[in-house]
Design a protein around this ligand. Structure first.
Ligand SMILES: N[C@@H](CCC(=O)N[C@@H](CS)C(=O)NCC(=O)O)C(=O)O
Length: 238
C-alpha cells in the first residue's frame, strides 16, 4: 500500500501544505488505498513534503507523484482531450508557481499574527527550548525562497493584487461547473482544492483570503470537495 508522508493534519483541513493536500486528494478521488505518516521536510528525499513510498521506492514532489499514480494506478485525466489537458496544465502551474507563493508570503511574512499561527501549527509540537530556534531559522529559509521567487520584492498591496487576479481566473474558469474540467474530478481539482482550502479555510488572515471568500462558487466548491472526499476524517467546520 502507498504511504503518504506529510505534515500532521491541523486547522480542520486535510493538510496545511497545498501539495500534500493535492496528493491526498488525488488518492481519494482515484480511490487508491493509502496510509498517512507524519513527516517533516528535513528528512524528505528532496527536502520538501510530500513524498510517498510505494512498491519499494520513494518518490518526491507532488508532480512526479501524480504522474506515477496516473501510470501505475488510475489516470484521472484520461478523458481530457489535448486542448483540455493543456489548459489543465497551465492552471496547475498558475496555482503552484504563482498563487502558492502569495499564500506562502501571507503565512510566513505578511503579519506577525499570521506567523504566530503558522509557527504553532508547524513547530508547536517541538520542545519549547528548540521551538523558537528551529522556527525562526526555518522562517529565514522560507523568506529567502519567497525573495528568490520574486514575489516579496513587491509591496504587500501589489502582491495581493496579483493574487486576486489568480483568484479571479480560478473563479471565472470554474464558473458554475461542478469540477474544474466539467462533470468529473481530475488532477486539476486535486491541485486547486489543495491550495484553495489553504487560502479560504485556515486561520491565516489576508486580503487574499478575504477575496477568496467573496467568490461564492469557489467557497461552495471547497465545501463540496470537503464533503465528498474528507467527511470521514475531518469534522466539517461549517
Ligand atoms: N514542487 C513541490 C513543492 C513542495 C513544497 O513546496 N512543499 C513545502 C510545503 S508546502 C515544503 O515542504 N517546504 C519545506 C521547505 O521548503 O523547507 C511539490 O509539488 O511537491
Amino acid at each position: 500500500m502507498i504511504t503518504l508522508y506529510q505534515f500532521d493534519r491541523t486547522w480542520g483541513i486535510p493538510n496545511l501544505s497545498p501539495f500534500c493536500c493535492k496528493v491526498e486528494t488525488y488518492l481519494r478521488i482515484a480511490g487508491i488505498d493509502y496510509a498517512v505518516e507524519s513527516a517533516f521536510p528535513l528528512r524528505a528525499p528532496k527536502g520538501k513534503l510530500p513524498y510517498i513510498h510505494d512498491r519499494g521506492q520513494l518518490l518526491a514532489d507532488s508532480r512526479f507523484i501524480v504522474s506515477y499514480l496516473k501510470t501505475t494506478y488510475r489516470d484521472l485525466d484520461a478523458d481530457l482531450n489535448p486542448q483540455q489537458w493543456a489548459v489543465s496544465m497551465a492552471m496547475q502551474r498558475l496555482v503552484e508557481e504563482h498563487l502558492f507563493w502569495i499564500a506562502l508570503y501571507s503565512r510566513w511574512q505578511y503579519t506577525d499574527a499570521n506567523w504566530q499561527v503558522n509557527k504553532q501549527a508547524i513547530f508547536g509540537k517541538l520542545p519549547i527550548i528548540a521551538r523558537d530556534l528551529v522556527a525562526s531559522g526555518w522562517r529565514i529559509r522560507i523568506k529567502k525562497q519567497i525573495l528568490g521567487h520574486g514575489i516579496s520584492r513587491h509591496q504587500p498591496e501589489e502582491i495581493f493584487q496579483l493574487g486576486c487576479q489568480d483568484v479571479d481566473a480560478l473563479a471565472d474558469f470554474l464558473g458554475n461547473k461542478t469540477y474544474f474540467m466539467g462533470d468529473h474530478p481530475t488532477s486539476l481539482d486535486a491541485c486547486v482544492f489543495g491550495l484553495l482550502v489553504n487560502i479560504t479555510h485556515c486561520p491565516v488572515e489576508s486580503p487574499l483570503k478575504e477575496y477568496g471568500l467573496s467568490k461564492n462558487n469557489l467557497t461552495d466548491y471547497v465545501q463540496r470537495m470537503m464533503g465528498e472526499y474528507y467527511s470521514h476524517i475531518i469534522p466539517r467546520t461549517s
